[in-house]
Design a protein around this ligand. Sequence first.
Ligand code: NAD
Length: 268
Amino acid sequence: MTKWQGKVAVITGGGGVLCSQIAECLAAEGTKVALIDVAEEKAQEALRRVRAVGSDGLAIRASVLSKDELQAAADQVLAKFGRVDFLINGAGGNHPRATTTEDVSFFDLPEDAVRFVFDLNFWGTFLTCQILGKIMAAQKEGVILNIASMSSFRPLTKVPAYSAAKAAVANFTQWLAVYMAQEYSPRIRVVAIAPGFFITEQNRYLLLDEKGHPTERGQRIIAHTPLGRFGEPRDLCGAVKWLLSDEAIFVTGIVLPVDGGFAAFSGV
Ligand code: NAD
């Protein structure tokens, strides 16, 4: 029996490109994975991948913006597995309408789109930590892993709401790490990864043209990434497994870049 067997992970946005890969990597070690997503079909597909590598889990349709749906999801996970060892807050992303373009300046960004992006990335993480973090508080152990971004450290052009929300996610990761350790247990850790640039549904329109070639923005990102490429979803697995494991038992409140060196490079 490995250290991962018998563990239970809950992953929001679990049907997405990055988090379905993380789910598969954890499942391959023997962890059970509950996949929460608004897109039920995508969660079901991710569950098929979890089962294909020999583990089991749940696919649950729920929005991270709904307290009631999250509570029902938490109840379902507890009924089936009895505990939550890991929470990965992966639901998030940008939206084209919250992006400045040649035609739409900052001054004309629609309020509903800005609020949608800010809420999905920050409020969706905060609320999920309230509902599922409470289970960890009662257990007196667990690890919460949030998904920050390069825009947590320095904002990215065109995406002010996404940048602000991811900066808030990084700040909240530190806040909650201190709170959980001081108020509940030093065996509850709260950490984040900050992925560099990975091609997924939410950013494809910014990074690749119709023929699949890097846009001008995509080219600038690769030029600014010392390892010289976009990330592959599997590149996240080592860092995630390390942060969740007892190998990182004295690590809390950090935001770990997994970015091919993007954050380290000044451009000169
Ligand atoms: P993705 O669009 O493939 O995955 C996001 C998933 O979240 C989707 O399956 C979507 O259905 C789900 N989702 C959307 N709204 C939801 C809601 N209200 N409740 C529950 N689920 C919801 O995108 P991804 O790139 O795999 O993104 C995963 C996370 O990684 C996001 O937080 C994103 O901001 C972050 N991130 C991505 C990159 C990148 O380069 N792709 C870089 C840094 C950070």
